[in-house]
Design a protein. Sequence first.
Length: 491
Amino acid sequence: MRTRPEHAHSAGNRQQRRALGAIARLAAGLAAPWVALVRPTAAGRMVAGAGLPTIIAGLLVMWALLSAEAILLLAWDQTRSLRPSLSWRWTGIVPPEQRSLDSAIIVRPLGEVLLSWNHSWESTPLLLAPLMIGAWAVGCHLAGTLCLVPRTYRGERLGETLRTNLKLPWVCLGLASLVLGVGGSALVIGVDQRDLVQARHWVATGSTWGFGSDWWEYLFAGTLLFGMLSIWLVVAQAERVALGAVPAQPPEPVGPRCVGCGYSLEHVPADGRCPECGESTDKSLSPLTRPGLVWQVRGGAVPFVRTAWSLLWRPSGNYARLLTRDHEERSWIFERVQFALLTVASATAMAGLYLSAAVPDRSVEAWLVIAMLGMGVWFAFCGWAGHRGMGGLGVIVAALRGPTIDGRALAGAVGYESVFLWSFFLFNFAAAFIGIHAGEDIEEYLVASGHARSFVQLLLGSGVFLGNLALSLLWCRRYLIAYRAVRWANF
Ligand SMILES: [Zn+2]
């Protein structure tokens, strides 16, 4: 009888502690995006422990904030009688009536996107904006989740990885909303205010060429570069967040397997043969089977270049010799260096393409050079997202094939596949160069040799698309090769 109140007391304590623990987890989950601004890895750990409902609640709050921002911006825009259909002039490719959210995303940070969005959706009711933002945000969130799978997967149940990864893009929203949302909006509103008088003049005179003042152009180019570089900033942050969210306890290593068929060799004598496919066990268990890539064995500039070159041309041979245990960090360093180089090359190529067309005409405009550098950064980002998305799919396919397959090995191989992006870069650069300098000549030549002009234009127009499609299929094949080579790796 005497113990009962005590028992009730301790049960109450436990309940209290549980409630406090839940509140602490909720607070940690909600605070993660802001902690990530200073300590991304710590924020990754925080969010890994938070429940999915917390993240969903946080996303709803963020969505409400973004929607409020959008409505304020749209309302701001609609209070003025201006309809400046400016954006197409800056993109140079898309006429205003065809401008989509995508093209707006390419050229503007968020605040500007919302404005141009409003221009291209004149008839959209103001309150539909939050819904569209929601759909866009969900798409970005899922894409971000997929991109980070190769970075966080350690061979545990794939469902766990995906659950953790669903939370990770949330952590990066703090930086994204701060840099893109607040920074972008401040820029847009600032430009609007300063240009109001000039813009009224422009609308009154019906000029198609907008403000025409130099500072606006430089500001636009700066905004573009700012937007593009901030995407890179968010990507870099996502990487560090993902590192923090990796499970502290790696799963049990997969036991020795036959390299030929994956049969477990745990109870087969080392000098015997695989009972399943007859492959000598010596081959499966000898470290000489996997001596490693040059870059894996010793780092440095020359091994880096040699490995990259060799991987590009001989994926089968190289993935067969890839060391697959505890070598992931090396593969991610390889990927980071590749992307640094690709970004520089892509930005330089874009600016170079513009200069190669503008210099002979003596029509170089400095602001366009800056804008082209920004576009180059954007293309490199697209390459990164495609590469990681493909790698994420590869990891998922590998993990679904069976629990015995060591998914960490494939995740490590993903980093090396970044090298194939050079083929996309070179193909598109060559196509753009030929298009700028010989496009019209080729078209005239083909028309003169008896083809209908509409057919020739279709052929030349779809050539770039078809080329990229062919490269993408080749890339799928390369991922398949990598997957086959490392799925039952013992070293
Ligand atoms: Zn076998």
